[in-house]
Design a protein around this ligand. Structure first.
Ligand code: JFT
Length: 237
């Protein structure tokens, strides 16, 4: 059972996401305990402020440590070896999320995902209260909520007993370090486009060979960076 707390000023964004599909099922089955917390509950001024103007000038607002650090400390414990949750702050400056990093997070029994907004988070929050900064990737979003959902979904599908078929976790893209090849279902012909004959041949050895050739071709064309990595693509991530 993995425990995930999420700290955000937009808890409503998580409603249906946490209720439906695999994430909802994982919670119903007791495989994951996920709770969302409104950062404003820790704000003490009349306006329940969470942000302030940036020192040094510049556009927009910055998340202040004032409600953030007490919120993180209440949910995860004070920073140190015996805090109860690993504190992951979503940030464009974080290390990019990939499957090995996701598997690393799965090893934690309890996580706190901290979602900011505005122009970013006061550095003292990162220094005094965060264990790790993670980015969803090299493109610009407006806050950490969508990246937090990506982490939750990526973790939940790794939990044993969430997907009907545990085999699919291993063979999905990146499980084997390559992209997947094309997939087909019925009908056998659609608008004049058929299905590769080998997939309908019943020759399982030929199907395996065809699929790995397709995976390799597609990876070479679309993601040569995956092949250039030093690690062995057959060893899995
Ligand atoms: C963007 C984000 C990630 C990730 C956290 C916070 C504020 C808005 C922003 C945008 C550009 C520059 C701030 C966030 C992300 C990603 C995460 C925040 N913003 N500075 N954008 N893109 N891949 N993770 Cl806090």
């Amino acid at each position: 059972m993995i425990r995930i707390d999420i700290l955000t000023i937009f808890p409503a964004l998580f409603g249906p996401f946490l209720e439906l599909a695999f994430v909802g099922q994982a919670r119903e089955k007791g495989l994951a305990r996920i709770a969302v917390h409104d950062l404003r509950d820790w704000a003490s001024d009349r306006h329940r402020s969470v942000d302030d103007t940036p020192y040094g000038g510049g556009p927009g607002m910055v998340m202040t440590p004032e409600p953030l650090i007490p919120a993180i400390e209440e949910l995860a414990g004070p920073k140190g070896p015996q805090r109860k949750s690993r504190v992951v702050v979503l940030s464009p400056q974080g290390r990019p999320l990939d499957q090995p990093r996701l598997r690393g997070l799965l090893a934690e029994e309890s996580l706190l995902l901290v979602c900011g907004r505005y122009e970013g988070i006061d550095q003292r929050v990162l220094d005094l209260a965060a264990d790790e900064e993670v980015s969803l990737g090299d493109y610009v979003l407006s806050g950490g909520e969508v990246p937090a959902m990506a982490i939750v979904e990526g973790l939940v599908r790794l939990l044993p007993g969430v997907l009907g078929n545990p085999e699919s976790v291993r063979t999905d893209s990146f499980g084997g370090g390559l992209l997947e090849g094309p997939q087909y279902t019925r009908p056998p012909e659609y608008r004049g486009h058929g299905v590769p004959e080998v997939l309908r041949s019943g020759d399982h050895a030929a199907i395996l060979r065809w699929r790995s050739a397709q995976a390799l071709t597609r990876t070479r064309e679309r993601r040569p960076d995956l092949l250039d990595r030093g690690d062995d693509p057959e060893s899995g991530n």
